[in-house]
Design a protein around this ligand. Sequence first.
Ligand code: XMP
Length: 511
Amino acid sequence: MEKVLILDFGGQYNQLIARRVRECNVYCEVHPYTMTVEAIKAYSPIGIIFTGGPGSVYEDDSPQVDSAVFGLGVPVLGICYGCQLLAHNLGGRVTPAQNDSAREYGKTETWYDTSCSIFKGLPEKGISWMSHGDYMAKIPVGFQLTAHSAACPNVAISDDTRRFYGVQFHPEVNHTAYGTQMIRNFLYEVCGAHGDWTMEDYKNTAIRRIRERVGSGKVLLALSGGVDSSVCAALLAEAIGSQLTCVFVDHGLMRLNEGDEVEQAFSKWSINFIRVNAESRFLLKLAGEAEPECKRKIIGEEFIRVFEEEAKKIGAVDYLAQGTIYPDVIESGAGTAAVIKSHHNVGGLPEYVDFKEIIEPLNILFKDEVRQLGRALGLPEYLVSRQPFPGPGLAIRIIGDITKEKADTLRQADFIFRDEIAKAGQDRCLSQYFAVLTNTRSVGVMGDGRTYDYTLALRAVTTDDFMTADWARVPYDVLDHISRRIVNEVHDINRIVYDITSKPPATVEWE
Ligand code: XMP
């Protein structure tokens, strides 16, 4: 199988590069920049990509690559820091950008030399996503300039003879208009890839690795019934069959009727399935807690404690499996990334977990890739294309402290929202939509009387990968109908607002 090696220099978009390569049907792996040249040779990649990173190549302690890598005869694409690394190692000069104009951040109009293999078949002008404070003051001998912007003459470089290419911008980010095409060009035009990798291969490799790791051991899967854990269940069931037990914890913060629906759906599968009703225990632990990160950590810990208890009942369970996906990892603050929120299954895990190992076979995949994997595993479309529902459930959609009464109020309102969205045929256009019970009360008038009740927020977004999202333009008349129904039917709510913030700067969930 053709393999591409991605050498990781600590940038925030590194898994996104891997994802773009996979999208082009080429297998790839991300390895730390410290990988030795012998190990690289043994890996025998058809091409190497150097990622971006926060360092400056001219600083003493900056991440470097063994320069023997340039003698392997393997094509290299350097992205941002990776581009500067190429220049720095091959006789060019990288300096801090002298003035603000050579430093570039965000969407930047860029001119490409379309005779360069990387830009082949592209328009001569497009938007690229820049994020660099350093500048290639001198490009190395043997290289040509192949792109520029208004502020910066040295945006991309190429040496067709040695097959080395560098771009200062980030082709892997959606905001770079033809970015995937550029990566495809590197893979197919420069590295000579044939595109022999598919999600079916990912499935087979994952199954093989799970079998190797688990042997004849027993695995307990934390199943929420959402897309990720359901796909994970199908994958593990195929890999290890009856060695797997799926445990679904109903923490009392599921949507209306959801606990019963999950149980019904999974009892039809030929897997070991256990439902644990744990509403009172979760509500007790959460009582009086209003701080979002604390709520997440309480839930993360309580889940683990329930799984540990169930594992003891089953006996000799060494492995806990979770349907963690890549955005959960990165938002919980992996490596040098900032903590945005502690996803219950990553940053929300307690320090001590009484399992030998945690298995997360989806943790390099993005949401839409998980859906593709689900299809490759033969899961029905309704299950695979469902909107996500977070593990902490309504706990992170009730702002302020949580009570059973508030959860019941939110459940009813959320049900009406989803029901009306489906009736209006809007569900197919939306990636995720739900209601949030704010802890703001306001004055209203109903009948002839004064009310002083909760404000409910409606949230609907469109997105591919949930790393960024746009607020959805749901038609006003649909919103109007939903608003009337909720206020009429749900006790305690007298005002509805619609969230018109994208991600970033907001996140999808309110907490
Ligand atoms: P945010 O709010 O981070 O949400 O923009 C991105 C996606 O992740 C889901 N989400 C979670 N899923 N455990 C989960 O299983 C969590 O702790 C969690 N927090 C957010 C969210 O619903 C959206 O789909």
